[in-house]
Each structure stands twice: as structure tokens, then as C-alpha cells.
Ligand binder design. Structure first.
Ligand SMILES: [Zn+2]
Length: 82
């Protein structure tokens, strides 16, 4: 009976250690992910002027049309219509 208890305790210990190792590994990868995100976030985003109205907008918020850049889809269409 005592041996069984020790056996169970050992199983629990192994399970706990494996879980801790897995947490450590996943935690490490999460840190890597955060670091990558931070690196991406720290990258200066280009602020471009709209060709139609001259408004300066971050590149990701505007619309690109070849070499031209517009603050919104509407201005891209207006410029194309001209
Ligand atoms: Zn515009």
C-alpha cells in the first residue's frame, strides 16, 4: 500500500515536471512572439501624402495604386476618374 502511494506520488511528480517544462517552452515561444510583434510595432510606419487631397496618412490606412497613394478608396477613385 505504501509502495502504491509512492508510485502515485512519483507519477504526479513526473506529470508536474512535464507540465512545468511544457509551460516553460510555450512561455518562451510566447515571449518570442511578443518580441517579434514588438519588433514589427517599433518599425517606423511610412506616412504618405494622399495624391488627391494631400492628407498625410499611415501607409497601412491608405490605399495604394501603383506609385500613387491615397488616404481612402474614394480619393483613389476620384483620381482615377480624372
Ligand atoms: Zn485624400
Amino acid at each position: 500500500m505504501r509502495n502504491l502511494l509512492i508510485f502515485i506520488l512519483v507519477l504526479i511528480a513526473i506529470w508536474w515536471v512535464r507540465r512545468a517544462l511544457r509551460n516553460m517552452r510555450s512561455g518562451g515561444s510566447a515571449d518570442e512572439g511578443r518580441g517579434a510583434r514588438r519588433a514589427r510595432g517599433s518599425q517606423p510606419e511610412a506616412i504618405l501624402a494622399c495624391r488627391q487631397c494631400g492628407l498625410h496618412v499611415p501607409e497601412s490606412e491608405g490605399v495604394r495604386d501603383g506609385d500613387a497613394f491615397y488616404c481612402c478608396e474614394e480619393h483613389r477613385r476620384q483620381a482615377a476618374g480624372r
